[in-house]
Design a protein around this ligand. Structure first.
Ligand code: EPU
Length: 440
């Protein structure tokens, strides 16, 4: 791990000199949200699994630590925080079934060990993850789905205590007040993979990361149909084999650099992405009138001075993703006129608003809606990252703000972007990672 830690947080910041025009190509890493559930799903497999193109991120590092603590053997065949890795995991018989608070509190996706542990070991004790900077984030739908498969679940002393002598396939409906749940669908899919008989999940999430997990489970020998639609059918198997699997590109990282190119380009080509995952973003680019060209595995955008304001809401896939909301907001601050951005997945995911306003943006929040009066000059300042995508939006704003911007607490950024400052420097940005101590 890099030097300079406070607790588990790396005390580093990014210092950006704004105003450089970005030009060139940027390569997309493997998908964080694709890789995380797959790593947890390796608990299900009797034979070794090899997973390629895993991004070297702190969330991945943390997941591998959890798997090791649970007793799995984890072999990482490259330097960790540099690029994309190949990882081999062996889940023998001696697997622990408790994931304590210290493990789970650092990363909500840790809840994804619940389904696989229950399916493989017949019991699991997993700390409740709690809320985070983007909102409440309950897990009731995860538990509803596992109960439908026959698990007995109690909440005791902040822990989910789940038991099932055997899981039996069932039909269930998993959507909630804010739509389907991505990790909840994935948790239940993993449990159903070893349940007896057929499971049908109605109201399933259709995000590309759900399709990615379905492919992985298929590679382990499970029959999975309908992933990518709201109805997924799984026929469980008593024993699952191993596989060699490659994680697809990160659509959120790709979209972040596409929006950055639209904001600070020049002409920027985002390479090694899957444009098929980005339709709602292309629709937004068209409405904003950002010139862009879509290739088979690349997207080129050109920043132009005059774009058009829009009115848009985030929605579950195939709608415009909540994971682009903060980055789009940064871009909208540049566009003269009033834009309206409504958050329908995480209505409280607006921690970046106050920080963008510190840079000179004019954004007013009304309930789950941000009203952006764009076109005002941004000027560099010290700003605080609050969560992963909020951090990216602050870096984007810093790239076009006059003078120096320092984005503090970038451990949030390191959870989901492989060496963002290096990728941006290759495009011509003036951006450096510094330790907080050297700032004073
Ligand atoms: N929800 C419930 N009950 C549940 C689960 C979810 O009410 O049991 C609600 C949530 O509070 C939210 C909505 O349902 O309002 C959707 O949440 P979802 O469960 O889909 O989110 P998640 O699976 O916990 C994943 C990504 C997030 C991404 C969301 C939405 C991972 C590791 N995380 O979270 O990614 O924002 O789906 O697409 O895959 C990120 O990468 O920065 C990030 C936060």
């Amino acid at each position: 791990m890099p030097q300079g830690e406070a607790g588990n947080h790396i005390v580093e910041m990014l210092e950006i000199q704004g105003g450089r025009v970005l030009e060139g190509a940027v390569q997309v890493s493997g998908s964080k949200n694709g890789a995380l559930p797959i790593l947890f799903a390796s608990i299900l497999a009797e034979a070794p699994v090899t997973i390629r193109n895993v991004p070297g991120l702190s969330d991945i590092h943390h997941t591998l630590e959890i798997l090791s603590e649970l007793g799995l053997s984890v072999d990482t065949q490259s330097e960790f925080f540099g690029g994309d890795m190949t990882i081999t995991i062996r889940a023998g018989e001696g697997i622990e079934t408790t994931a304590p608070y210290e493990m789970v509190r650092q990363m909500r996706a840790s809840i994804c060990c619940l389904g696989p542990l229950l399916a493989r070991k017949g019991r699991a004790r997993v700390s409740l993850p709690g809320g985070c900077a983007i909102g409440d984030r309950p897990v009731d739908l995860h538990l509803k789905g596992l109960r439908a498969l026959g698990a007995e679940i109690r909440i005791e002393h902040g822990y989910i205590e789940a038991r099932a002598d055997r899981l039996v396939g069932a039909r269930m409906y998993l959507s909630g007040a804010f739509g389907p749940t991505v990790l909840g669908t994935q948790n239940v899919m993993m449990a159903a993979a070893r349940a007896e008989g057929e499971t049908i999940i109605e109201g399933a999430a259709c995000e590309p990361e759900v399709i990615c997990l379905a492919r992985f489970l298929q590679a382990l020998g499970v029959s999975v149909e309908g992933a990518g639609t709201h109805q997924i059918r799984i026929v469980g198997q008593p024993e699952l084999g191993g596989t060699d699997f490659t994680v697809p590109p990160d659509r959120i990282e790709a979209g972040t650099y596409i929006l950055t190119g639209a904001m600070a380009g020049g002409t920027v080509t985002v390479e090694g992405c899957d444009p098929g995952d980005l339709s709602s973003l292309f629709d937004v680019l068209e409405r904003l009138q950002v010139p862009h060209e879509v290739g088979s595995d690349s997207v080129t955008v050109t920043g132009v001075p005059r774009l058009h304001p829009i009115d848009i809401a985030t929605l579950p896939h195939p709608g415009f993703p909540t994971d682009f909301q903060a980055q789009l907001m940064a871009l909208l601050t540049r566009i003269p006129g009033i834009s309206i951005l409504t958050e329908k997945v995480y209505p409280d995911r607006f921690m970046h608003v106050a920080e963008l306003n510190r840079l000179g943006a004019r954004i007013r929040k009304e309930g789950p809606t941000a009203i952006i009066e764009g076109g005002h000059r941004l000027s560099g300042a010290d700003v605080m990252a609050s969560d992963l995508r909020a951090s990216a939006s602050l870096v984007m704003a810093g790239l076009v703000a006059e003078g120096t911007t320092r984005v503090h607490r970038i451990y949030h950024l390191d959870r989901g972007y492989v060496r963002m400052e290096k990728k941006l420097r290759n495009l011509g940005a003036e951006i450096a990672r510094k330790s907080e101590q050297s700032a004073s």
